[in-house]
Design a protein around this ligand. Structure first.
Ligand SMILES: O=P(O)(O)OC[C@H]1O[C@H](OP(=O)(O)OP(=O)(O)O)[C@H](O)[C@@H]1O
Ligand SMILES: NC(=O)CC[C@H](N)C(=O)O
Ligand SMILES: [Mg+2]
Length: 506
C-alpha cells in the first residue's frame, strides 16, 4: 500500500506535500518522493527511506511551484530496493506528466510488451507504475490535437486507460502547465479522497489516499473519488469531474480497515476506527461462545493496529484491558518491511513485555491480523517468558490464506502462515494454547454496520475471490515463481561474478 497526494494551490506547495507525506507515512516506508510544477517546469526529488530522512532543506528548496504530487512507497512490483522505482515517475511527452500510484496492475507485463511493440514506448524499470504512466501518456496523446488540453480530452484518455489496464490503481498525475488529474480504478479497490481549503487567493485542493492527510493540514473533506471517476483541477483551481468507466462498482479493500489505514481516517464513508471497534465486538461474541468466564483473566492488544478492536472486545467481555507490550515508537511497521529476516528482528526490537502484567495469568492477546505469523510467534513466546499461565490468541481478521495482487505485498501463498493449515495447525505453529479468528462475514459486517452503503469488498486474501476477474491459477503461480526467483540486480551479478573469479583463484 502506498500513500499518494496531489495539490493545486495558489502558494508554494513543497512543505504542504512533505507534511501530507508524513501523515501518510504508515502506508509506505521504503521510499518517498515529491514532484512540483512551476510554470511549464517540473522539479522532482525522490529517494529510498522515510520522508524525514529523504528530504533535506536543500531538496525542499529545489521544489518550487504551486502544484505537485508526492508518494510514500511500499513496493508491490519490480525491485523494492531500486531508487529508480521510487515515485513519482516522469514522462516528457505529451506535455510532460508526473504520476504517483497506489495499487498494483495485474497486466503490467503484457502492457509493457504492448507499449513497446505498438506504441513504441520504452519502459526503463520493472515498476507497474511506470507502465501506468506511459499508458496514460499514450492515451492523452491520442485524445488531443495541438497544444490545447481540455478536461474532456483528459477524461477520454482516462476512459481509454480503464479499458487497457487491469488491477488496482488510485492515481494523482500532473500535466505540466495544465493541472492535476486524479482517478480511481473502476472497482474502487484503493482509497482516494479530495479536500479543499478556501484562501484569500482562491480555493486550493488536496487529493490524498486517506482523509487524515486532509484533516491534519487544515483542509476540509469534500468527498471520496468515486470508482472509475476522474477529477481534473486546472492550475487556476477550477475543478472538473467525470465518470470514465463503463460499469463501476465500489469494492474497497477490507485489509485497509483491518490494518493499513490510520484509525482516524474515513474511507468511503466509514470511520476506520469505528470499523475496528465493531471487529472487536464481533470477535467478543465469538469468544463468548467458545470460552467460559474464568478462562481469561486479562485482554491485551498487540500495539499498534489492534488497540481499538482489543479495547472493545475487553469491554464486551467485561474483562480487564491491560497494556502488556510497550512499543518502541522509533521502529516502523514490521509487516510492510521488506524481507522476513528484518521483520523477525524488528518484532523483538519493537515490542517489549511488562512481565508483571503476565505473571500467573490467562492472557488473551488480540492482534488485528496474522499474516506471516512473525509477530504472533514472537509475542506468544514473550508472553510465556514473562510468566503467563495460558496464552490465547485472537485475530480481528479471518485467516489470511491467499496472495494479494492489488497492492498488499503478500504475493505468494507459501509465505502465509494460514495457507494449507487448519486453525489448530496455525495455533500450534504460533505455540498458543488456543486461537480464535474472526469470521469473514463478521469482518464484512464490521464495515457495513458503519456505512451500510458498503456492501461489497475486495477481500481476496481471505476468500481467494479476485474481483477484477483476470486472475488465474497460472497467473498466481507465475507471480510466486518470480518472487521466489528474483532477477539478479546488477550489483548481485557483479558480486556473483567476483565470487566465481575468486573461486577460480582458489
Ligand atoms: O503475521 P505478521 O506477518 O507478523 O503480520 C501481522 C502483524 O503485522 C502488523 O503489525 P505492524 O508491526 O506492521 O504494525 P502496527 O504497529 O501498526 O501494528 C499487524 O498489525 C500484525 O501485528
Ligand atoms: N503498494 C503500492 O501501492 C505500490 C505501488 C506500485 N505498484 C509499486 O510497486 O511501487
Ligand atoms: Mg501489529
Amino acid at each position: 500500500m502506498c500513500g499518494i497526494v496531489g495539490v493545486v494551490s495558489h502558494t508554494p506547495v513543497n512543505q504542504l506535500i512533505y507534511d501530507a507525506l508524513l501523515l501518510l507515512q504508515h502506508r509506505g516506508q521504503d521510499a518517498a518522493g515529491i514532484a512540483t510544477n512551476h510554470g511549464s517546469h517540473f522539479s522532482m526529488y525522490k529517494a529510498n527511506g522515510l520522508v524525514r530522512d529523504v528530504f533535506r532543506t536543500r531538496n525542499m528548496r529545489s521544489l518550487p511551484g504551486n502544484s505537485g504530487v508526492g508518494q510514500v512507497r511500499y513496493p508491490t512490483a519490480g525491485n523494492a530496493s531500486s531508487e529508480e522505482e521510487a515515485q513519482p515517475f516522469y514522462v516528457n511527452a505529451p506535455f510532460g506528466i508526473t504520476l504517483a500510484h497506489n495499487g498494483n496492475l495485474t497486466n503490467w507485463e503484457q502492457l509493457k510488451i504492448d507499449m513497446f511493440k505498438n506504441d513504441r514506448r520504452h519502459i526503463n524499470t520493472e515498476s507497474d507504475s511506470e507502465v501506468l504512466l506511459n499508458v496514460l501518456a499514450h492515451e492523452i496523446q491520442n485524445a488531443t490535437t495541438g497544444y490545447s488540453l481540455d478536461p474532456a480530452a483528459m477524461f477520454r484518455a482516462v476512459a481509454a486507460l480503464h479499458k487497457r489496464v487491469r488491477g488496482s490503481y488510485a492515481v494523482v498525475a500532473q500535466i505540466a502547465g495544465h493541472g492535476l488529474l486524479a482517478f480511481r480504478d473502476p472497482f474502487g479497490i484503493r482509497p482516494l479522497c479530495i479536500g479543499f481549503n478556501d484562501t484569500e487567493q482562491g480555493t486550493e485542493y488536496l487529493v490524498a489516499s486517506e482523509s487524515v492527510a486532509l484533516e491534519g493540514l487544515g483542509f476540509r473533506f469534500l468527498r471520496d473519488v468515486i470508482p472509475g471517476e476522474a477529477i481534473f483541477i486546472d492550475n487556476d483551481g477550477k475543478l472538473y469531474n467525470q465518470q470514465c468507466a463503463e460499469n463501476p462498482t465500489l469494492n474497497p479493500c477490507a485489509f485497509e480497515f483491518v490494518y493499513f489505514a490510520r484509525p482516524d481516517s474515513i474511507i468511503d464513508g466509514a470511520s476506520v476506527y469505528a470499523t475496528r471497534l465493531k471487529m472487536g465486538e464481533y470477535l467478543a461474541e465469538k469468544i463468548k461462545r467458545q470460552f467460559t468466564s474464568g478462562d481469561i483473566d486479562v485482554v491485551m492488544p498487540i500495539p499498534d493496529s489492534s488497540r481499538p478492536a482489543a479495547m472493545e472486545l475487553a469491554l464486551k467481555l467485561n474483562i480487564e484491558y491491560r497494556e502488556g507490550f510497550i512499543k518502541n515508537r522509533y521502529i516502523g511497521r514490521t509487516f510492510i518491511m521488506p524481507g522476513q529476516g528484518v521483520r523477525r528482528k524488528s518484532v523483538r526490537q519493537k515490542l517489549n513485555a511488562i512481565a508483571s502484567e503476565f505473571k500467573g495469568k490467562n492472557v488473551l492477546l488480540v492482534d488485528d491480523s496474522i499474516v506471516r505469523g512473525t509477530t504472533s510467534r514472537e509475542i506468544v513466546q514473550m508472553a510465556r517468558e514473562s510468566g503467563a499461565k495460558k496464552v490465547i490468541f485472537a485475530s480481528a481478521a479471518p485467516p489470511v490464506k491467499y496472495p494479494n495482487v492489488y497492492g498488499i505485498d503478500m504475493p505468494t501463498s507459501s509465505e502465509l502462515i494460514a495457507y494449507g493449515r487448519t486453525e489448530e495447525e496455525v495455533c500450534r505453529e504460533i505455540t498458543a494454547d488456543a486461537l480464535v479468528y474472526q469470521d469473514l462475514d463478521a469482518l464484512k459486517r464490521s464495515i457495513s454496520d458503519v456505512n451500510p452503503a458498503l456492501k461489497s469488498f475486495e477481500a481476496s486474501c481471505f476468500d481467494g475471490i479476485y474481483i477484477t476477474g483476470d486472475i488465474s491459477r497460472d497467473y498466481l503461480d507465475r507471480v510466486e515463481y518470480a518472487r521466489n526467483h528474483p532477477k539478479p540486480q546488477n550489483e548481485d551479478v557483479i558480486r556473483s561474478q567476483l565470487n566465481l573469479n575468486l573461486a577460480k583463484v582458489d
